[in-house]
Design a protein around this ligand. Sequence first.
Ligand code: KIV
Ligand code: NA
Length: 275
Amino acid sequence: MKNTADFLTMKKNNEKIAMITAYDFPTAKYVEEVKADLILVGDSLGMVALGYDSTIPVTMDDMIHHTKAVKRGAKDTFIVTDMPFMSYHVSFENTMENAKRIIQEAGANAVKVEGGGEVIPIIKKLTMAGVPVIGHLGLTPQSVGVIGGYKVQGRDAESANALIEEAKKIEAAGAFALVLECVPQEVAKKVSEVLAIPTIGIGAGLQTDGQVLVINDLLSYGVERVPKFVKKFANVGQVFVSGLQAYVDDVKKEAFPEQEHTYKMKEDQIEALYG
Ligand code: KIV
Ligand code: NA
């Protein structure tokens, strides 16, 4: 399993970091099989695995439940779990208790928190307590209500510079990596140059130190519309539907189960049963 020092080394060596989300046991197994560097148990699970409209309804219990399943499927991959909406804003004690559950109870290796500003001292406290933290700037979906929709962030030089300043503070607070979501490539490039810690982009262009995508998006599994920054690497939804349709059709026309799928009694026992 890679660790936080390895991710720094990867940045130094210009080796790209590949992160993929996972929310359950079988997908975690597949993600581990392809040797992704990190798994993110993102609160995107609220949308793509639980069917909510946003990440706001996701609870600590949801994150714990799904992280445990992912851990069972990917014992040798570094797992990062999102701290969900309002789980790191209420109080210091509450934040620490929640992070403790994610690490100790669920078995994640690190947590991710969205935002700069007031979140920066929280990153520092978590790091001081021994909890590895990934920051997250740009489009921060837990603030969708404040931002007013899912929009590209840092498009003008002023907001881009503000973002760069926040990124520096996040690094200084002890974060070991930073997710940059939905920012122009020029901004992501600059942040990646000024930080020693790796940047992991999603909708941030090619010049970040790594990439992350939501697994359902990249596999086209159970998602209808996807953002511009998503590339469909496979059509798993289509594979699902054709397999399921073939099963339903075979059941209806009695083509399944066949003899090879069927158990049999010994001859004498059949006679005893039927006479
Ligand atoms: O929840 C999530 O999947 C994320 C990634 C999109 C970075 O935060
Ligand atoms: Na998230």
